[in-house]
Design a protein around this ligand. Structure first.
Ligand code: DX5
Ligand code: ZN
Length: 220
């Protein structure tokens, strides 16, 4: 049986009731908090920054998984460590010296993740796969929640799983964007270890139940 984890994306939470939504995740079967940081440059949207992350980490009792959609992320690695990020994921497309960035993240005591856009081939990660704790496969174009899932993601996850096995790497695979109860089982079968879900969780009427079901489907 697989053990696929669920990471609700706080981007889709109700910011007027942020503490309530964080407590909902704390008390649910969710495994991680997924935190999307956007700078309006790397992606055409600005989400939230340090003060909001600080408020989240104050109440969150689960792994803090930070997804940076920003240019030149090296500038903020120390700050994210200080604010309590457990996993810090940078975009492949935003890093000129990816290997150096990964070492800098680990030097701050965090797990190092690399996110790839839908157009970026997983094969580009071969030479650094043993240095990556987590690969985040974007299944929508980054920038917004609530978009539809790109079907080519299944193939990418399968190929990535192969690369990881061929290199005896311990890298885990996270899929982010448009995840629902319709694609969770297939994603998990393709090799996804963590599923991020924003709108599907927070727009639901019964959020804890939705998380529970999604986890059940992913691990069926
Ligand atoms: C998109 C973000 C995602 C987003 C997922 O740029 O990286 O984490 O919050 O939201 P849904 O699940 O609504 O596609
Ligand atoms: Zn994300």
């Amino acid at each position: 049986m697989s053990n696929t984890l669920i990471a609700p994306s706080v981007l889709a939470a109700d910011f007027g009731n942020l503490q309530r939504d964080i407590e909902m995740v704390n008390n649910s079967e969710a495994d991680w908090f997924h935190i999307d940081i956007m700078d309006g440059v790397f992606v055409p949207n600005i989400s939230y920054g340090m003060p909001v992350l600080k408020a989240i980490t104050l109440h969150a009792k689960k792994t803090i998984d930070v997804h940076l959609m920003i240019v030149d992320p090296d500038r903020y690695i120390k700050e994210f460590a200080r604010l309590g990020a457990d996993i810090l994921t940078v975009h492949y497309e935003a890093c000129t010296h990816l290997h150096r960035t990964l070492q800098a993240i680990k030097a701050e005591g965090m797990k190092a993740g690399v996110a790839i856009n839908p157009h970026t081939s997983v094969d580009l990660l071969k030479d650094v796969i043993n240095d990556i704790d987590l690969v985040l496969v974007m299944s929508v174009n980054p920038g917004f929640g609530g978009q539809s899932f790109i079907e080519n993601t299944f193939k990418k996850v399968q190929r990535l799983k192969q690369i990881i096995a061929e290199n005896n790497a311990k890298t885990i695979i996270e899929v982010d964007g448009g995840v629902t109860d319709k694609n969770a089982a297939e994603l998990s079968a393709a090799g996804a270890d963590v599923l991020v879900a924003g709108s599907f969780v927070f727009k639901a009427e019964d959020q804890p139940e939705t998380i529970k079901n999604l986890k059940k489907i992913a691990n069926s």
